[in-house]
Design a protein around this ligand. Structure first.
Ligand SMILES: O=P(O)(O)OC[C@H]1O[C@H](O[C@H]2O[C@H](CO)[C@@H](O)[C@H](O)[C@H]2O)[C@H](O)[C@@H](O)[C@@H]1O
Length: 372
């Protein structure tokens, strides 16, 4: 049987900056695919053709290995050598904290709408996906932001799970990579009058198939210690984080084999996770556009969407903003990555600082000019 599933080279565990071949930036062995003539820069572009799906998966596994503990010191050194002073990273995606004044000036006269990814953005990455809790301080910051700006959580998690982590009823939620959207009916007054309570599930017909594949994957992966399959309702995640790296290739191969029987599902790559989802043309970017419309901001010139996320799946939303020329994306990452985001923040604690500063700025603006 031919494999019709598209394996999109999404997030690749380590970020390698765009460099010329002569620049000795790699103090560790490059992933095999990268060192065998494959362009380092192009590796980050979505929908990149890398030959067979098997080789695409190998690139992903090799890249994860390059960022795993064996190589982590080298990649940290690489990141450090490219921090604040690094020309490619900080000039192209400067810190959203140091550029705060510029950001708020750009939003002048417009309604900021805030979109927040969950894992790696509001909560730090941890080994056990069921324990990726956000801190109370972060929850307070998100609650405060939502008092002043329409706010949505956009996550790969299923809606119920991400809601149980965030626990803020006043927000909009887009779970399952945007395939399960809920806009609350009792929205705050700043939302447009024509905003409506909405439930959007564009992949609902795939539910039985996803349930079936979940059971098959549970069975297939149970012989791999540390492997975990997470049911995110309209998509599934197979976690590699706690699997011995020697088994990563085999596990990826097992998942790929299962998917060969389901051409209507595709594989995408995340942070030490393989994500299985329907082949429908829907992603976090589409979800963000849908939310903007549902909130009454369709074709609206005075809206300023800000999307903060850490994952390759968030790039779809960054790209939408770039193409619309409205608002901007902020990439959460300590290390350089090819991205469509305009700014960067290093980790969830910086995301919290940014959200708090936004609230302070808004409060101050309202005090000095109550009609703003
Ligand atoms: O869109 P997101 O909210 O960022 O969700 C993407 C995936 O996040 C979770 O996995 C990631 O975080 C885990 C907890 O920190 C970590 O153990 C894992 O290695 C990461 O990939 C979530 O568990 C996945 O289902 C989501 O697809």
């Amino acid at each position: 049987m031919t494999n019709q599933n598209v394996v999109v080279p999404d997030t690749i565990g380590i970020a390698i900056p765009a460099v010329t071949n002569s620049t000795p930036l790699f103090p560790y062995p490059l992933p095999k695919a990268a060192s065998s003539g494959f362009s380092v820069r192009r590796k980050f572009l979505p929908h990149l053709e890398l030959g067979s799906n098997a080789s695409r998966l190998n690139v992903w596994v090799d890249s994860m290995k390059a960022s795993s503990p064996t190589h982590a010191k080298a990649s940290a050194a690489l990141a450090a050598s490219h921090s604040d002073t690094g020309p490619t990273w900080m000039m192209r995606q400067p810190s959203a904290l140091s550029m705060f004044g510029e950001i708020t000036r750009a939003s002048k006269g417009k309604q900021i709408v805030m979109f927040l990814d969950y894992d790696g953005t509001l909560s730090p990455i941890v080994d056990d996906p069921d324990r990726a809790f956000m801190s109370d301080a972060m929850r307070d910051a998100v609650r405060d932001v939502a008092r002043y700006f329409p706010t949505a959580i956009v996550s790969g998690r299923c809606l119920d799970k991400v809601y149980n982590f965030v626990k803020l009823a006043e927000l909009c939620y887009a779970g399952s990579h945007g395939m399960d959207i809920k806009v609350p009916a009792n929205r705050p007054s700043f939302m447009k009058a024509n905003a409506k309570a909405v439930l959007c599930q564009p992949a609902s017909k795939y539910l039985p198939m996803i349930g079936k594949v979940y059971k098959i994957l549970l069975e297939t992966t149970k012989s791999t210690p540390g492997a975990k399959v997470e049911n995110n309702k309209f998509c599934l995640s197979v976690h590699f984080r706690c699997v011995n790296e020697k088994r990563w290739s085999d596990l990826a191969e097992q998942v790929k084999l299962v998917l060969e029987e389901y051409p209507k599902l595709k594989l995408t790559l995340g942070r030490k996770v393989l994500e299985i989802r329907p082949t429908i043309k829907w992603d976090k970017g589409k979800a963000m556009e849908f939310l903007l419309e549902s909130l009454g901001f369709a074709n609206c010139k005075d809206v300023f969407p800000v999307y903060i996320g850490d994952d390759r799946t968030d790039e779809d939303a960054f790209k939408v903003l770039k193409d619309r020329g409205q608002g901007f994306g902020i990439l959460v990452s300590k290390i350089p990555k090819e991205t469509n985001a305009s700014y960067s923040l290093q980790e969830p604690s910086e995301v919290m600082d940014f959200l708090q500063r936004l609230v302070e700025w808004k409060r101050f603006s309202l005090q000095s000019c109550p009609n703003v």
